[in-house]
Ligand binder design. Structure first.
Ligand code: NAD
Ligand code: TDX
Length: 382
């Protein structure tokens, strides 16, 4: 039988971004986490502390926001010491493929060097707890075929990664945890590098690590550069809907809360040293997805479907555009009992509603007022 891991002080990096902010909300609600959450975020264009303003107000003692950069070793070490961190969930990253093609540098410094900086801080902070170099003596992974899924661990580094590290699929098959890495964009290459660093710290130093590689997420608070929110907002504003290439690239979509439930399941019950794939088992060609979204926006706004369809504009393809992603998440399902709980129709409908109901959030992430708000509230804390 597996023993449930428990934590007191969780460091969430990138918790002001899309998935990270949803994860913190999840910790305080469905997960029933009773400890303290420290959110370390540099507030790049993609980070918005307003995403968690309600959580900050309700849990002033259990939610701490630290405005800072994961590449800042001194700051990261200070956070570990000051808050007695016993678990890290590492979301912070440059996350948009198109930006990585235009300007890869921050992807390398944040995703690779930033991950290294965090791993090193965790290793130093936790040395006494698990024993540096314990890998060889204990088998590093704390796993045993006879005792089942996990051994309780007082500290854990969970790394959030992507299915894009596995490359691109043809018409058949799905990525498994054993699929060889074949990253093809600067973004996915930087994420692959960070995955390897995490694995190396597990093997070499015995750092208790787990990794998850997830497919495309969607839901509330996603920055409107990604396909689904971009298309919703462009429909509302009557702007062109840019479809890359022939529109027949395929992505596997998962509702963000289901991703976060999987992450928490792995953190509390997953085997140390293991990678788990997370996916929606929900493949859609981009153009088909866009037509479904058009129907939903039309239903919610009363705009005629025809009028929205006329906005569809085929544009030049993304360089190196991966054709198809699909995830085999049977390991996570069979071993830890996780499963998707939100159907695509339900999740998309909720997402469309959320963007319609939150024009203030949309205006703020697109305007200088948002930057001014950050400056006023967090300007002196970095
Ligand atoms: P996001 O771009 O919405 O948020 C990233 C957050 O990280 C922002 O709050 C940003 O301010 C912060 N950040 C960036 N650089 C930083 C730095 N140097 N120091 C501290 N904070 C920094 O990203 P997201 O879509 O929420 O993705 C979160 C994680 O999940 C990433 O690691 C990404 O690779 C992974 N992932 C995303 C998806 C997806 O579909 N969005 C799918 C699989 C995996
Ligand atoms: O305007 C667009 N038109 C278009 O056709 C945009 C923004 C995208 N696309 C296509 C490209 C992809 O085939 O839609 C698909 C999805 O694009 P993105 O939303 O940019 O996501 P993707 O490139 O698949 O990467 C996402 O999923 C994996 C996240 O951004 C990554 O962080 C995650 O790792």
């Amino acid at each position: 039988m597996s023993e449930l891991r428990s934590f007191s002080n969780i460091l969430v990096t990138g918790g002001a971004g899309f998935i990270g902010s949803n994860f913190i909300r999840y910790l305080f609600s469905d997960a029933g986490f009773g400890g303290r959450v420290v959110n370390l975020d540099a507030l790049t264009y993609a980070g918005n502390p307003q995403n968690l303003a309600d959580i900050a107000a309700v849990y002033p003692d259990r939610y701490v926001f630290v405005h800072g950069d994961i590449r800042d070793a001194a700051l990261v070490q200070k956070v570990f010491a000051e808050y007695d961190i016993d678990a890290v969930v590492h979301f912070a990253a440059e996350s948009h493929v198109d930006r990585s093609i235009l300007d890869p540098q921050s992807f390398i410094t944040t995703n690779v060097m930033g991950t290294y900086t965090l791993l090193e801080a965790a290793r130093q902070a936790w040395k006494g707890r698990y024993g540096d170099g314990a890998a060889q003596e204990t088998g590093a992974t704390g796993r045993s075929a006879d005792t089942g899924p996990s051994t309780a661990s007082s500290v854990l580094f969970h790394h959030i990664s992507t299915d894009e590290v596995y490359g691109s699929l043809g018409e058949e098959g799905a990525f498994k945890e054993t699929t060889p890495y074949d990253p093809r964009s600067p973004y996915s290459a930087s994420k692959a590098s960070s995955d390897f660093l995490v694995k190396a710290y597990g093997h070499t130093y015995g750092l208790p690590v787990t990794i998850s590689n997830c497919s495309n997420n969607y839901g509330p608070y996603q920055f409107p550069e990604k396909l689904i929110p971009l298309m919703i907002l462009n429909m509302l504003e009557g702007k062109p809907l840019p479809v890359y290439g022939d529109g027949r690239n395929i992505r596997d979509w998962l509702y963000v809360v289901d991703h976060n439930a999987a992450v928490w399941t792995i953190m509390t019950r997953g085997r140390i040293g293991e990678t788990y794939n997370i996916g929606g088992e929900n493949e859609w060609e981009n153009i088909r997805l866009l037509h479904r979204l058009i129907e939903m926006v039309a239903e919610s706004t009363g705009k005629p479907v025809r009028q929205l369809e006329e906005l569809i504009t085929y544009v030049k393809d993304r360089p190196g555009h991966d054709r198809r992603y699909a995830i085999d998440c049977s390991k996570l399902k069979n071993e830890l009992g996780w499963k998707q709980s939100v159907s695509f129709d339900e999740g998309l409908r909720h997402t469309v509603r959320w963007y319609l109901d939150n024009p203030g959030w949309i205006a703020s992430v697109r305007s200088g007022a948002y930057r001014e708000w950050i400056e006023k509230n967090y300007g002196d804390r970095s």
